[in-house]
Design a binder for this molecule. Structure first.
Ligand code: NCD
Ligand code: ZN
Length: 359
């Protein structure tokens, strides 16, 4: 039986979010504070419309993010390039060397939200991957095939076997993060790979399995990509997160979509977990009796993989049960009020991020 601790509070090094969607414009202003309140740095996904495909676009987006961060928070957005079939290796290298692109994101074309301009043929971007391998630039992968003949629940495992393994044979020194893993197969693949390969794990994949999407009706709030899988996969992800293995680290994949876009006949994929992300991870680690491993997973292993220093300040998690609101409101265009549903809406969570202090 999982053991649950009786600790009243824990202080951990300030964490980072190694996979985050912030969007742009009014929504950006409404969501960024939920992350910057807690996390010191975040890797910002480039799947805007249009996507971030140039150094200039990344610089401008970074400025808009920084301008939207509440004044009291210190927060560093780490920008990514959105790879396309015709992305120029020179532009990629320049962006990396100038410290604008922290990494590049590979979306197989049409694999997820705003991925229509992604890569259509992995074999066609060899020169980009060669450049990245030689300059040690990390490649962040949305690891799902888009082949409609492959069952949606198998798309991650098939991607690993069909594409990722051959790709790593071709580019053995490439640094790769397999993002938001959802299967036992991915866990086993990453833990048996070299130290160049790591994976992020989201809070929602630690809490829900695929049944959540169908609980009493069609529940779009639990629909994201890659979709949640069977219970045994959720348990494998929990084992990976608490394993103390440095190849697994925190990446929320918080992906806000307005409630109106989720609740439609073709609802968007993405779960907005930023408002209670660390609380959500803490809940899972606590349920496993492994709170003492939270700091390494949330605040150290990602920085180690990316070769960055640890954050110096700390945050405190206080045991204080609270109910997550059903709706969060942000202001939209022309002063309109937009609604977002946070992950864990209506649930009781037992940890609360109380404050962070600069030491
Ligand atoms: C993300 C989004 O909405 O941008 N959606 C999601 O379901 N996770 C894109 C992604 O990371 O797949
Ligand atoms: Zn994502």
């Amino acid at each position: 039986m999982p053991f649950e601790s009786n600790l009243k509070q824990i202080a951990i090094r300030r964490p980072d979010d190694w996979h985050l969607h912030l969007r742009d414009g009014d929504i950006l202003k409404g969501v960024v504070g939920h992350t910057s309140r807690v996390f010191g740095r975040a890797v910002i996904m480039p799947n805007l419309m249009p996507p971030i495909t140039s150094v200039d676009a990344a610089i401008q987006y970074r400025e808009r993010i920084i301008a939207a961060v509440p004044a009291a928070d210190s927060f560093t957005p780490l920008m990514t390039a959105y790879l396309t079939d015709d992305f120029s290796p020179n532009e990629l290298e320049r962006g990396y060397k100038e410290g604008v692109f922290f990494a590049a994101k590979l979306y197989p074309a049409n694999s997820t939200t705003n991925a229509s301009e992604g890569v259509t043929d992995l074999n066609a971007i060899d020169s980009l991957l060669e450049t990245m391998e030689s300059i040690r630039m990390p490649l962040l992968i949305h690891g799902e095939v888009v082949d409609p003949s492959v069952d949606i629940f198998d798309r991650e495992a098939v991607f690993i076997d069909r594409h990722l393994i051959p790709l790593l044979k071709k580019f053995p020194d490439l640094r790769v993060v397999l993002e938001h893993i959802t299967t036992e197969h991915a866990v086993q693949f990453v833990e048996s790979s070299s130290a160049n390969i790591a994976a992020t794990i989201t809070p929602h994949h630690l809490h829900i399995n695929r049944n959540a999407m169908f609980l009493g009706g069609l529940r779009s709030d639990f629909y994201c990509l890659p979709v949640a899988k069977r219970e045994r996969h959720r348990l494998a992800l929990r084992r990976a997160a608490i394993s103390g293995e440095p190849c697994f680290f925190l990446g929320t994949d918080s992906a806000p979509h307005l409630r109106s876009s989720k609740e439609s006949s073709c609802g968007c994929a993405g779960i907005f977990n930023a408002p209670f992300a660390l609380e959500s991870y803490a809940e899972a680690f606590d349920q496993e009796g492994m709170l003492d491993r939270l700091q390494a997973f949330a605040s150290e292993f990602g920085a180690l993989f990316y070769g960055l220093p640890f954050n110096k300040s700390s945050i405190t998690l206080v045991r204080d049960s609270h109910i997550v609101p059903n709706i969060l409101e942000v202001s939209g265009q022309n002063q309109s009020v937009e609604r977002l549903v946070p992950f864990h809406a209506g649930d009781s969570l037992r940890w609360r991020v109380f404050y962070h202090e600069n030491n």
